[in-house]
Design a protein around this ligand. Structure first.
Ligand SMILES: Nc1ncnc2c1ncn2[C@@H]1O[C@H](COP(=O)(O)OP(=O)(O)OP(=O)(O)O)[C@@H](O)[C@H]1O
Ligand SMILES: [Mg+2]
Length: 443
């Protein structure tokens, strides 16, 4: 991932998100800049701080979708948070630093996965040997040469059967892993999180070994793989790797940032906690140290991507200091009829493909006439114009309306095909769209 070029990143996103080229480009460049920075001499690296991104666009145009896809693609620690959750009423706000702790946890998981993949072969051998040893009667220590040879031969036979999965249904006894206790996200104050480890250690000390349990070989594979991994990997080293990953490559996507902006000149009593959250964000975005279960994490080079619809507020309603920390602004376009049509049909797992797959489960072939698809996009676009613009989400309501009958009866129509024609779309939606109020209710 680190080496992906901007073009490659955009090409990846193109598979899932239609249009929004500016946003894709800006993000791609920001990510590539992380890589460029890493190639610089150490003393210069420190001066190159990431330029955070603010994505502005009305609801349903793909802001969260871009983040979601980015997360899938990245082998960098990545989390998505909602800014508004830090202002929750009746709660003294969740502390904003917790986002760094969540990122740290994500990074630890990630490096563990990467290291496990590196050790995949060793882990497999460990698992295989353990399982076969349990299935074969043990060889006495003072066995004769001939016995040993026999043992080796049956071991080899078992290996072959193991590889084919022929042993999967057998039962064996394995030691269950000690369940580790995770206080992360439990709302405990940060000081307490370090206590977690101490408690786990103490508990681990009392019953050093997990309980033995009879499980199938198939399940044992998973359990023993975990055991192998914990024997092979050095926790301290993992933590160090994770810290490095977070500090140099971590990305935090802050969604709904507009919800913590305070509209200027608004008469209603403002929620003072919103500005508080913005102030709490400042040091983190600016760069500061945060205590996590990995240790102290410096946030200087973490990339922040904030996104918001900014319907009721404007980016300039954020406190000036925070505005200044998000110098890259990208606007997402609202979706035209043409784009809606593409969203309906083009992405991997587009809405049409989803409905077709769902109907296929019932043995019903769902067919859409080309004109019908055009017409669906047209109605969605019209409904967005006439009422609120809810972007691509409108397609969902329109599709539900069109398919409501077949959705209800599909289970009784096994083997049939169901063709959606332009005329059907017109019949179902033509009336609805004529009246604004009905549109509001139905679409
Ligand atoms: N440009 C697009 N290309 C493909 N799919 C899209 C696009 N825009 C939106 N969608 C689809 O519409 C739905 C809503 O999009 P998304 O969650 O990204 O909205 P958003 O911009 O984050 O809106 P909000 O401000 O309400 O959070 C998703 O199912 C997404 O797949
Ligand atoms: Mg969103």
């Amino acid at each position: 991932m680190e080496r992906l070029t901007p073009k490659e990143i955009v090409a990846y996103l193109d598979q899932y998100v239609i249009g929004q080229d500016d946003a894709k480009r800006t993000i791609a460049v920001a990510l590539r800049n992380r890589y460029r920075r890493m190639q610089l001499p150490a003393e210069m690296q420190n001066d190159v701080i990431p330029k955070n991104i603010l994505m502005i666009g009305s609801t349903g145009v793909g802001k969260t979708e871009i983040a979601r896809r980015l997360a899938k693609m990245m082998s960098a620690p990545f989390i998505k948070v909602e800014a508004s959750k830090y202002t929750e009423v009746g709660f003294v706000g969740r502390d904003v630093e917790s986002m760094i702790r969540d990122l740290a946890s994500a990074a630890l998981k990630l490096v563990r996965k990467i290291e496990n993949e590196k050790n995949a072969e060793k882990i497999e051998t460990y698992v295989e040997n353990k399982i076969i040893e349990k299935l074969l009667p043990p060889l006495p220590a003072a066995a004769a040469e001939q016995k040993k040879a026999e043992y080796d031969a049956s071991f080899a036979r078992m290996q072959a059967r193991f590889a084919k999965g022929e042993l999967d249904h057998l039962k064996i006894k394995v030691e269950m892993p000690l369940s580790s206790i995770d206080f992360e996200g439990s709302g405990l104050p940060p000081q307490m999180i370090n206590v977690q480890e101490s408690i786990s250690k103490v508990l681990g000390g009392i019953n050093k070994k997990g309980k033995e349990k009879e499980v199938s070989v198939a399940d044992a594979k998973r359990i023993l793989a975990e055991e192998a991994s914990s024997e092979l990997l050095d926790e301290e080293q993992l933590k160090e790797l994770a810290i490095e990953k977070v500090e140099k490559g971590g990305i935090i996507f802050i969604d709904e940032i507009d919800k913590i902006a305070v509209a200027s000149g608004s008469q209603s009593r403002q929620d003072p906690s919103k500005e508080g959250v913005q102030r709490d964000l400042l040091p983190i975005v600016e760069g500061s140290g945060v205590h996590t279960k990995l240790g102290l994490i410096n946030t200087d080079h973490i990339l922040f991507i904030a996104a918001g619809a900014f319907h009721l507020t404007k980016p300039s309603d954020l406190i000036p200091e925070l505005q200044g920390r998000f110098p890259l602004r990208v606007e997402l376009q609202s979706l035209t009829k043409e784009v809606l049509y593409q969203i309906l049909t083009q992405p991997k797992n587009s809405l049409i493909k989803q409905y077709q797959a769902l109907m296929a489960v019932e043995g019903v072939e769902l067919i859409f006439d080309e004109e019908a698809l055009q017409s669906i996009a047209g109605f969605a676009s019209l409904a967005n114009e006439k009422t609120e613009d809810i972007g691509a989400r409108r397609l969902h309501t329109v599709m539900e309306k069109i398919l409501e009958e077949i959705s209800f009866t599909a289970d009784e129509r096994h083997g049939e095909s169901y063709r959606v024609t332009e005329q059907m779309v017109q019949e179902k939606l033509g009336k609805v769209i004529e009246d604004e109020d009905t549109t509001r209710y139905i679409l």
